[in-house]
Design a protein around this ligand. Structure first.
Ligand code: ACO
Length: 429
């Protein structure tokens, strides 16, 4: 039987940014787990720099085997990483959230419980450290519900037909000008920070997004991306309050297409004008974007809504409630009301019965005895799904994922849990 050693460490680089052997082996094997290219020396330095900028904490599992020609023992057989970022839980309230990423298990060591061990230890520590919520984004939809994560935000892949005849329904201010993509190294974090405060579900972004938007890094090659172009929207005082970063997909793509890499708007005026800008790029008949909000003004901006096609809807952030009272009290409650819920959690981190009393924009949440009458019973994953008002409790009840114990409890939960906007954050991690 193979013995495994678990080690948690922070990445280490020398004064030229070159990672030490343990960090380099870890970063290289993560790329193998996700079928990404092996990192060149330059890409490795950039990845190590981003890892440190995000303050990622790395956990590696090493096997006590040393086979000729196989990977060295310092190359992990499994990886797992966590880091802290703020999340808008509604009303601009930002709370520190425990993010999990880089979960990989080498095919020769899979299905022996390594992920379960890593996840159990990590979530237990996150709860002990005081985090109300953990979050991740997934490669496959069938893995994380068992660990209490529920889909809580979604994104759409949109395709806009901008061929001749394209017209907007309302003329935006068009205070847009092109800029070198490199200026986004400085501006993108500032604009995103302001956007994040307006969008429930938005999570503070990691360095990779700045690097992609500014053309510093092409995610496929890990090197500079010289195809990236950008434009800024200016507010009435002439300050940037939105940007779009994009690239032309090449002359062999039919119809000629622009791909939006990143579009972040602090105001509705910036949002409309930036879409108007990309739609007006000459020699292009189609604009595509993978990370659009599922619910947005975009289809309403265009005179002919059939020109905006939703090609795909995909889950984005999966939330895991670690502490029910803290998590529910952290968010705003725009609608007053009372609801008692029973939460089931196989991992025993967040189970219990809780009374929610919302008034004046906030809620008091109290753990009550198991014999207390309840309105709704649900798993902790389903609580994660409705937490930001994204999933509809009525639909979850119809799907058998929530049980109603009092009449119209799901309808009342829908009203209570709703936030000012549908949750959205263009951010995978
Ligand atoms: C947050 C992120 O980083 S998402 C990225 C996830 N990683 C990847 O997709 C990379 C490729 N895949 C892998 O590296 C591995 O297959 C992993 C990480 C998904 C699973 O690791 P393993 O160590 O094999 O999982 P482990 O043996 O601990 O299984 C735990 C449970 O999950 C289940 N499970 C594991 N993988 C999958 C899967 N792909 N689909 C459905 N269920 C799965 C197991 O059946 C087991 O169920 P049970 O404990 O309820 O009986």
């Amino acid at each position: 039987m193979t013995n495994y050693r678990f080690e948690t460490f922070e990445p280490v680089v020398d004064d030229k940014g070159v990672p030490d052997e343990q960090t380099a082996a870890y970063l290289q094997i993560v790329t193998a787990g996700f079928h990404d290219r092996k990192l060149t020396d330059e890409a490795l330095v950039k990845k190590a720099r981003r890892t440190i900028a995000d303050k990622r904490v790395l956990t590696a599992v090493y096997a006590d085997q040393n086979l000729p020609y196989a990977y060295e023992p310092l190359t992990p057989v499994a990886t797992f990483a966590h880091f802290e970022k703020k999340m808008n839980v509604g009303g601009g309230r930002l709370i520190p959230t425990h993010l999990i990423t880089w979960v990989t298990v080498r095919p020769t060591h899979r299905r022996r419980g390594l992920l379960r061990s890593l996840m159990t230890a990590n979530l237990t520590e996150a709860k002990a450290a005081g985090y109300p919520l953990a979050a991740l984004t997934v490669t496959e939809g069938g893995i994380y519900t068992r660990f209490g994560f529920g889909t809580s935000t979604w994104m759409s892949t949109v395709e806009i037909d901008t061929s001749p005849g394209f017209k907007l329904a309302c003329e935006p201010d068009r205070r847009v000008e092109m800029c070198p993509a490199s200026v986004l190294t400085e501006l993108a974090p500032q604009v995103y920070e302001r956007f994040m405060r307006r969008s429930p579900g938005a999570i503070e972004r990691q360095q990779a997004y700045v690097d992609m938007a500014s053309g510093t890094v092409n995610p496929e090659t890990g090197e500079e991306d010289r195809d990236v172009r950008a434009a800024l929207h200016y507010d009435e005082d002439g300050n940037p309050d939105g940007y779009v970063s994009y690239k032309f997909k090449g002359w062999k793509t039919d119809p000629p297409t622009v791909e939006v890499i990143d579009l972040i708007a602090v105001s509705d005026a910036a949002y409309s004008s930036l879409w108007a800008f990309v739609a007006a790029i000459d020699l292009v008949d189609r604009v595509v974007y993978d990370e659009a909000a599922q619910t947005s003004p975009l289809p309403w901006l265009v005179d002919n809504p059939r020109r905006v096609k939703i090609k795909d809807q995909h889950d984005a952030v999966w939330l895991r409630v670690l502490d029910v009272e803290k998590a529910l009290e952290a968010r705003p409650w725009p609608v007053a009301g009372q609801l008692t819920i029973r939460v089931r959690d196989d991992m025993n981190l967040a189970d219990g019965t809780f009374s929610i009393t919302a008034s004046g924009g906030s809620a008091t949440v109290e753990a009550v005895s198991a014999s207390h009458a309840v309105d709704l019973e649900l798993g902790v994953a389903e609580l994660g799904s409705i937490y930001l008002g994204g999933a509809d409790p009525v639909i979850l009840a119809r799907a058998g994922r929530i049980t109603e114990h009092t009449e119209d409890a799901a309808v009342r939960a829908r009203e209570l849990f709703a936030l000012e906007r549908a949750p959205y954050g263009p951010n995978g991690f």
